[in-house]
Write a protein that binds this ligand. Structure first.
Ligand code: PLP
Length: 427
């Protein structure tokens, strides 16, 4: 155990997730690569945790942050803040939510907490619908609506949460259904739940489950849910913390794969927008956002230096059509990985869209999850110079591939080759 690891173990919580038998200390990055303290170079196929959206050390972001830091880092939202207003204007426009208001937080957890605060106040109900296998953050209330109970089985939530089918499909009774039968079964389940409870405030869902192993429900699931929700006056909150900003390739927001009729009532975001700077937030139409009458702030939400990073990062993303790049390069990558998986009886499926690709590992010839092999593949990939992720909670048999959206074709091929050999060496 190296000295830093020993010190980490002494002073930080045991439950703080740490990858690898001999954890890495990353000291710097550039483009799609990072380097460790020993000078080893890695191709980064996890982009922080989907936080490095454009590229490591993107010059425009570095310049914007250092220039802003040289002027002022934070003056609080008690005063007018130009970069915050500008980023809010851009996100409000991109959200397609009519008369949208944006509230900035410092994390995805706090964004979801705020969405719960808004929805419960607006609908006067503390019952929330959430998806099985979901992950929404680590605060008391976010853990309380997280369906991936493996992640925090001891939590006692202040909310009443009802879990809806639609999140997990790889195993269990729903696995054999085709897309329309699956949607129908999930809608029936939702109706059945609503018939036995007082009206919930909202349904919160990730368009593609992130920590749950990049599992996508069939397109159209949430549009079908929405018809039912509308009939009961229940709000729909899309948690776009992992899926926003073009990551899924075909769409700018993950919800767009599901619902052509218009945006959700509330969208939460975080991760990639700051390219590693801590920006989270909530977008909702003013009628919902303004249902809180308290005079409130989030001390570090909207701080100038993070907003400057967000503006520079978003401009780069849009000007270079990184969503289109995610679609094209992600399409090639998934094909390569599917071809490799066809030779491997322990790969149950390679799924995903854009640069959000999940590889589900099961013990050969069975439906049984194989988290040990996932851990072994992670180690083997690292030894080959590639960093990838895996699912959390009870989804640790899924590998997660989510490079920065500027990934080149050559890098996709290089990473796929390393991953193929990591899969071969662990069969
Ligand atoms: N929502 C989703 C979908 C997430 O994946 C995460 C984190 O992984 C969160 C919320 C919580 O975000 P944060 O870790 O920034 O608090």
């Amino acid at each position: 155990m190296n000295d830093l690891y020993a010190r980490h173990r002494r002073v930080l919580p045991d439950w703080l997730a740490l990858y690898y038998d001999q954890p890495l200390e990353i000291t710097h990055g550039e483009g799609r690569h990072v380097w460790d303290a020993q000078g080893n170079k890695y191709l980064d196929f996890f982009g922080g945790i989907l936080t490095t959206m454009t590229a490591h050390a993107l010059p425009e972001v570095t310049k914007a942050v250092s220039e802003q830091a040289g002027r002022i880092i934070h003056s609080s939202t008690l005063y007018l803040n130009r970069p915050m207003v500008e980023l809010a204007e851009r996100i409000a426009h991109l959200s397609a939510i009519p008369d949208a208001r944006v509230f900035f937080t410092t994390s995805g957890t706090e964004a979801n907490d705020t969405a719960l605060l808004l929805a419960t106040a607006h609908r006067r109900s503390n019952t929330i619908l959430a998806m099985r296998n979901s992950y929404h953050g680590r605060s008391f209330s976010a853990v309380g609506i997280t369906g991936n109970r493996g992640w925090s089985p001891t939590s006692l939530s202040p909310l009443q949460t009802l879990y809806v089918h639609g999140g997990v499909r790889t195993r269990g009774p729903y696995a054999s259904l085709d897309d329309s039968a699956f949607i129908e079964a999930c809608v029936e389940d939702l109706k059945d739940l609503l018939g036995h409870t007082r009206p919930p405030a909202a349904l919160i869902a990730e368009p593609v489950q992130g920590v749950g192993g990049f599992t996508s429900p069939p397109d159209g699931l949430y549009a079908a849910f929405r018809e039912v929700l509308n009939a009961y006056g229940i709000l729909w909150i899309a948690d776009e913390v992992q899926t926003g900003w073009g990551r899924t390739g075909d769409h700018f927001w993950g919800w767009q794969a599901h619902d052509r009729n218009g945006p959700p009532d509330i969208v939460t975001f975080a991760k990639g927008i700051g390219n590693g700077m801590s920006i989270g937030g909530v977008v909702a139409r003013s009628e919902i956002m303004n249902c809180l009458d308290a005079n409130s702030i989030s001390t570090f939400g909207g701080t100038q230096v993070t907003m400057a990073a967000g503006l520079a990062n978003l401009s780069h993303l849009l000007e270079h059509d990184l969503q289109g790049n995610a679609r094209r390069v992600g399409g090639l990558l998934i094909e390569r990985l599917r071809a490799a998986a066809a030779q491997d009886s322990g790969v149950r499926e390679v799924r995903g869209r854009g640069l959000m690709i999940g590889i589900e590992l099961t013990r050969p010839g069975t439906d049984e999850a194989d988290p040990d092999r996932a851990a072994a593949v992670l180690e083997a990939a690292r030894a080959g110079g590639l960093l990838i992720g895996k699912g959390g909670g009870h989804s640790t048999s899924a590998l997660r591939v989510a490079p920065p959206l500027s990934l080149t074709v050559a890098e996709a091929e290089e990473g796929a080759a390393i991953l193929e050999s990591a899969l071969r060496s662990t069969q």
